[in-house]
Design a protein. Structure first.
Lengths: 651, 356
């Protein structure tokens, strides 16, 4: 075993494998940093280049890329409030408020350190668990999976700030959104509005970018100032503070490493949930947790440790059983197969050297990627002190192209804009957005697992399985904890701050009304569907209708209260003007794309925006246009290989 | 009459110059082909497509660059609709698909185009191999003890896929006692379910079989191989696959258990689904109206692939079996056959699915 570990290291350290590893790290950092791109996109692009390489070089190249996307995805999450990849959504909750306080450098210091340590320990877990892996993975059947998804939903309590009720409604609507398209079991499509685009369901990335990125862009544009509300001179904490923060919370890092590695190991759950579970755990396990959601550094450390530790865990079922837990792992497995390696018991016996090489690659890549970013963090953080109007066009190009990558269809942009509007209303109305994403992610896994469990077992016998019982206890504990925490916070603070920014009672009522309307609309057709297709949506939406009614009632009461106090009922009126204004810009962008394609529309948008809104000289606008075009043509056309919109003029 | 002669002569001259003129620029000179795949990056269709894309270009005069793009969605339907409704017939967008033939057969409402209208270039065949856990239903070593087995669970992906249809129809024909569990999200989850003994029986393509099932289930002694579904020729005779030597065909198993060859409407439906599914596990096509020069160049490139040692070696390393390349005429015939299937066969399949 020890020999195998050493031989594995020797194979990685040899030229050219080590060179490819570092090249992969550089590319991976880039793929992770750009919202909408991800390790998955990166690996799909890079995998054909590995066909002609030696096995060690090929895997070093791919694993280097794969390992560090969850390190650099912190950048967009912290600076812009936009998840860099699906695994860094929870990082936004505290990372973005830190940036607004001028503490971006500190957040980076903590996040990159946490990523390095999480990634390193995750690799160690991978190395150590090689002999124990089989019973662990084999004990998680679909019944345990179903219980695990329920636990994920119970985390909603921790993720919903002060309002467990609104959080639950958002989670239920998120579940409802996940039912769009072909049902997991029957051949009957649900809520598809007659659009082929929706048959496969709502794509995650455009929804997430819509819910999170567009509202932040609107606020950035409305403020007109810089992202950080504190001037650069007054910020004292820097990268070293962040590194110290991370190291001081070593026990939290250890626990979230374990969470990351084990969630990663379970095929199918993976990246889009691990950060939430780790974040929820950090909140639930902290005695002083009132600062979470307002810029608590632990809210950055926990998800960033877990999402790197997950990578080691994810490799295990892929290598040991040929069961890739995620699309990125499926690509990696394809690369292994092309290299003549067969995932399975051989990888743990005759090919153990090579398996250890993979462990080393992960470990080295994680440390190298984090060190590089720590060196650059000071410069990256400067973005928070740049004027918003200069940033908006750049972010818009990335956000729109990131969404476009989902299906290469104009539907991606429609989804982006619709959820941008919904997200803005939710933000203004104080309805937490993370639970909606969680519901959307968990929904299909939950429904699928329950369906299979029901057809495999008779009745509810599966509930008595030991692991199911343990998870059930955890679920109950999470729910009790969430309500206790809410009560404690109510007594401590008189005016509940639900989410960053002021809560507007009118927007709140509108949001609650919208959720109620959506629930009723979702419930209506379920009565006509066969049980295997309609039962779970029916249950979800009955709950959603009930809770939304309470939500609306709360909102009405809040408005009455505000009216009686004589305070403004619609304080965010001016912001809505800005939002409408920016929405018109985006609609124009879509219009020009339909007419002339993205290669003209996006550069034109960037130039015009920076000239008109940013009040820059025409040549700055020209520079923006050229930059955008080079990015689109050089990266998205040539490297990523997107299918552009077939415009009226150039089709 | 002289006019006719002039036309014939003129046509002949044109044909001659277009073929013989050595200075003529090939159609694909300096052009770029978008190789569209209708499933996500990393899936089996994608991996095979990327291997084909790497090698096809060098057999096309003008050596065009080939860029792979994925358009997943709706079980492969989204990309198919795109090829029929959006892609220009300029020879620059070439599909490498897991073609949704069963959806066409069952008249899926999402499919907006007729597959027989595409111009087909070639395909790659992959047979389906079935296996069962040895501890299923009281214990089983090979297909012979299947009929006496207690109830076991058969795992599939979605009721309307050709995988689920075939794996269930086979059990029904043999009269096995089983409970059907569908809904596994892809081969990986299905294999996990079998390892966990949540379900016991399923089938996989030759790639899945050699790369996942054999090393993880067969060789460790957890599961036994049952049979594979052979292609049948025009007379209904089976055409054994040399790559699966040593594994009995379903027809052999049926004959040894029942003492006669399989027949009847259900078997006919299964035979039909199997024939096009095996021959066109993956298939390549361009939109109708694509210039004949482009079609000719692409078809000749497909014809050259079986002799391409680099391609064959790479594919063999991936699948652990050499590629079964199907040429344009055969593929086109299969698509036409699906189009021309008798309504009562479709009715049998729909009835089998529990529909109207």
């Amino acid at each position: 075993m020890f020999d195998a570990a050493l031989n594995g290291l020797a194979a990685v350290a040899a030229w050219p494998a080590i060179g490819y590893l570092f090249l992969g790290v550089l590319l991976g950092l880039w793929f992770g940093a750009v919202p909408g791109l991800s390790g998955l996109v990166g690996m799909a692009i890079l995998v054909p280049f590995t066909f002609a390489m030696e096995p060690a070089s090929a895997l070093a190249f791919l694993l280097g890329t794969f390992a560090v996307t969850t390190t650099s995805d912190t950048i967009a999450s912290v600076l812009l409030g936009i998840p860099g990849t699906a695994a860094s959504q929870a990082t936004i909750l505290d990372g973005y408020p830190m940036a607004m306080k001028g503490e971006a450098s500190r957040a980076f210091g903590a996040a990159f350190t946490a990523s390095a340590i999480g990634g390193l320990l995750g690799a160690v877990v991978l190395g150590l668990s090689i002999p124990l892996v089989q019973p662990l993975i084999l004990s998680f059947t679909q019944a345990e999976f179903f219980m695990l998804t329920l636990l994920g939903l119970a985390m909603v309590g921790a993720l919903s700030g002060n309002s467990v009720l609104l959080g639950l409604i958002a989670a239920l609507i998120g579940l409802g959104l996940s039912y769009v398209g072909y049902s997991e079991n029957g051949a009957l499509p649900r809520y598809w509005l007659g659009a082929t685009y929706l048959l496969e369901g709502l794509p995650l990335i455009p929804v997430v970018l819509g819910l999170f990125a567009l509202p932040e862009l609107i606020d950035l544009a409305a403020r007109g100032g810089t992202l950080s509300s504190v001037p650069k001179e007054r910020v004292s904490s820097g990268i070293t503070t962040g590194i110290a923060d991370a190291l001081r919370n070593w026990w939290l890092m250890l626990r979230t490493t374990a969470i990351g590695a084990y969630v990663g190991m379970l095929p199918g759950l993976g990246g889009s949930i691990v950060d939430w579970v780790a974040y929820g755990h950090a909140v639930q396990s902290s005695k002083e947790n009132e600062g979470f959601g307002k810029g608590d550094v632990r809210g950055v450390i926990a998800p960033e440790t877990a999402n790197n530790a997950m990578k080691g865990g994810a490799l295990i079922p892929t290598i040991a059983f040929g069961i890739p837990g995620s699309a990125a792992m499926a690509i990696l497995m394809g690369a292994l197969l092309i290299q003549g390696m067969t995932p399975g018991p051989d990888m743990l016996t005759t090919r153990l050297d090579f398996t250890f090489s993979l462990v080393w690659m992960l470990a080295i890549a994680n440390v190298a990627g984090a060190l590089l970013l720590l060196l650059l963090a000071r410069h990256i953080a400067k973005v928070t002190f740049i004027r918003g109007h200069l940033l908006v066009p750049v972010i818009v190009v990335f956000v729109f192209m990131g969404s476009w990558l989902a299906n290469n269809s104009i539907g991606d942009w429609v989804v982006l804009l619709v959820f941008g509007s919904v997200g803005y209303l939710m933000k203004r109305g104080g309805v937490p957005r993370p639970p909606m994403v969680l519901g959307l992610v968990i929904g299909p896994i939950m429904e699928n697992a329950l369906f299979i469990t029901n057809s495999v077992h008779d009745g509810l016998e599966w509930l008595a399985r030991p692991i199911c019982l343990v998870i059930a206890v955890l679920i109950a504990a999470s729910i009790v904890f969430a309500f206790l925490r809410q009560r404690r916070m109510r007594t401590q603070t008189k005016a509940p701050v639900r989410e960053r920014g002021a809560v507007d009672p009118t927007a709140s009522l509108l949001a609650a009304g919208l959720l109620l309307a959506a629930s009723i609309w979702g419930l209506a057709p379920t009565f006509n569907w066969p049980a295997d297709v309609g039962q779970i949506p029916m249950l979800t939406f009955i709950l959603a209708v009930g809770l939304s009614l309470i939500g609306v009632w709360h909102s009405v009461r809040a408005i009455r209260q505000a009216g009686a106090d004589g305070s403004d009922l619609f304080p965010s009126r001016p912001e809505w003007g800005h939002a409408g204004h920016l929405l018109l810009w985006w609609l124009a962008l879509v219009g020009i794309t339909v007419a002339a394609g993205q290669l003209i529309a996006l550069p034109a948008f960037a130039a015009l925006y920076v000239i008109v809104k940013g009040r820059q000289a025409w040549w700055t606008g020209a520079l923006y246009a050229v930059g955008a075009w080079v990015l689109l043509y050089g990266v998205f056309e040539h490297i990523v290989g997107v299918l552009w919109y077939p415009s009226l003029l150039f089709h | 009459m002289p006019r006719l002669a002039a036309i014939v002569l003129g046509g002949w001259l044109v044909a001659l110059t277009s073929v013989a003129n050595p200075t003529e620029v090939p159609f694909y000179q300096g052009k770029r082909i978008t190789f569209l795949i209708n499933f996500t990056a990393g899936g089996p269709t994608d991996i095979e497509g990327r291997i084909v894309a790497r090698h096809l270009g060098k057999h096309i005069p003008g050596n065009p660059r080939i860029v792979v793009r994925n358009m997943p969605g709706a079980g492969g339907i989204a990309g198919t609709n795109y090829m029929g409704q959006v892609a220009k017939p300029d020879g620059l967008t070439v599909a490498f698909f897991g073609p949704p033939l069963t959806q066409q057969l069952l008249q899926d409402s999402g499919l907006r185009v007729d597959l027989s209208e595409f111009v087909w270039l070639g395909g790659i065949g992959q047979p389906l191999v079935c296996f069962i856990r040895k501890d299923a239903g009281g214990g089983i070593e090979d297909a012979q003890s299947l009929p006496g087995l207690d109830e076991f669970k058969a795992a599939g992906i979605r009721p309307t896929t050709s995988l689920d249809l075939r794996l269930r129809m086979a059990l029904d024909l043999l009269g096995a006692k089983y409970r059907y569990v569908s809904g596994y999200r892809g081969t990986a989850n299905l294999v996990a379910g079998i390892m966990q003994n949540e379900v016991q029986y399923s089938c996989g393509t030759i790639l899945t079989f050699h790369q996942i099932i054999e090393p993880n289930l067969i060789r460790p002694g957890v599961a036994a191989t049952l049979w594979y579904f052979p292609v049948t020729d025009a007379d209904g005779q089976q055409v054994p696959d040399p790559r699966l030597k040593g594994i009995p065909t379903f027809i052999d198993v049926y004959e040894s258990l029942k003492g006669r060859k399989p027949e009847g409407p259900l078997y006919e439906a299964m035979r039909l689904i199997n024939n096009y599914s095996v021959a066109m596990q993956r298939a390549s096509f361009v939109p109708a109206g694509t210039p004949s020069e482009a079609v000719g160049a692409l078809r000749r490139a497909w014809e050259a692939l079986p002799q391409d040692e680099g391609f064959v070696a790479e594919y063999t390393r991936l699948v652990k079996a050499p590629p079964d390349l199907v040429q344009a005429t055969a593929v086109q015939a299969h698509v036409a056959a699906v189009r021309g299937i008798a309504p009562d066969t479709v009715a049998v399949i729909k009835q089998f699915l529990g529909g109207p």
